[in-house]
Design a binder for this molecule. Structure first.
Ligand code: SF4
Ligand code: SF4
Length: 87
């Protein structure tokens, strides 16, 4: 299945809760926010970001049994939940 990028809104919500993901704990600057999240909600290390921040990697590694559309819908629901929890 050919992957195409998730239409991220660049709200930064997922990068403000890296404490919720065990594998991302070393990125936590101490308050749950990733130490590489810039003020404009962009990733300072985008080209070298960890695999779990890479949608294509996550899709191919863990969700290859789904269509890209299904995977993106799942991500969309997660994004919504994180933003609602922040509100
Ligand atoms: S929460 Fe979703 S929309 Fe917001 S930055 Fe993360 S992936 Fe993009
Ligand atoms: S490394 Fe970049 S993409 Fe990953 S959580 Fe941190 S700021 Fe977000």
């Amino acid at each position: 299945m050919k992957y195409y990028p998730y239409p991220c809104k660049r709200c930064g919500a997922c990068c403000r809760h890296v404490d919720l993901i065990a594998e991302m704990k070393t990125f936590d600057r101490g308050d749950g926010i990733c130490k590489h999240l810039a003020a404009d909600n962009l990733c300072e290390i985008y080209a070298e970001r960890p695999p779990l921040c890479n949608g294509e990697y996550v899709y191919k590694k863990f969700f290859a049994d789904k269509t890209v559309e299904e995977f993106h819908e799942m991500i969309s629901q997660l994004c919504k939940k994180i933003r609602e929890a922040e509100a």
